[in-house]
Write a protein that binds this ligand. Sequence first.
Ligand code: COA
Length: 250
Amino acid sequence: MRYLGEEREGDVVVITIEREDKLNAMNLEVMDEFVGVLEKLRSDSSKAVIITGSGRRAFSAGADIEYMSRIGPAEAERYALRGHEVLNRIEGLEKPVIAAVNGYALGGGCELALACDIRFASANAQLGQPEVTLGICPGWGGTQRLLRIVGPARAKDLIFSGRRIGAEEAASMGLVNRIFPQDGLLGEARAYAQAVAKNSSFAVGISKNLVNKGMDANIDTGLKMEIYSWALCFATKEREERMAAFLGKK
Ligand code: COA
């Protein structure tokens, strides 16, 4: 792969966007590579995924502005569809995906982080949806996922103004879960991912699905989905073993 690094350590896979000279902006090739990697992750034995950007400046400065400057609506639609495919695949992956936001996460970069389950940020991170400054609206799920994560008033503020916010402000609105010094960010993300990977991956995956689907379901439907998913856990050998191990310790 030209633009994505993939490194596996135990149960955890780290995907790094490697286009540092362009602040990890995501052109079509980056998105195509993402589709391939995510397809593999769907069925491999890894238990948690971290996405980060190469270098010390950016997680990703978003969709490729040079490319966007020379396309029309039909190609823009294809680019948006590719973006949505990648982000939907991340959201639909039945394992936790952690964004290690190591600098700028702007436009599509912020949207990429929003599709992840957990966002850890370095203290120097800056997040934002600056699309309107370029004459476009967010196009890779920003209007919908930001809305669901921070609520409509904050989402509109960020999208209408296009302003960049620092890690502290992002944390205060629930946009990032935790903040770390830049040098410690990836290590903390790995430690967290490894800790999560020790839990039942079936149970973690089904929980991810319930939270994601529950966001758009009414409460009765969400609670019913939970009952059936919970019951399904009782069909697994792992549940038997984990409960027996707990009782055996006593
Ligand atoms: N698409 C394509 N190239 C991008 C890019 C993007 N989204 N963001 C940055 N780059 C490129 C720059 O063109 C520059 O390339 P060059 O060295 O070949 O000229 C390189 O990355 C470094 O960026 P530069 O703008 O020179 O760095 P800076 O420190 O002055 O500013 C940012 C950093 C992040 C504030 C600025 O790059 C920026 O605003 N980027 C666009 C962010 C954005 O609007 N994203 C949403 C797109 S919808």
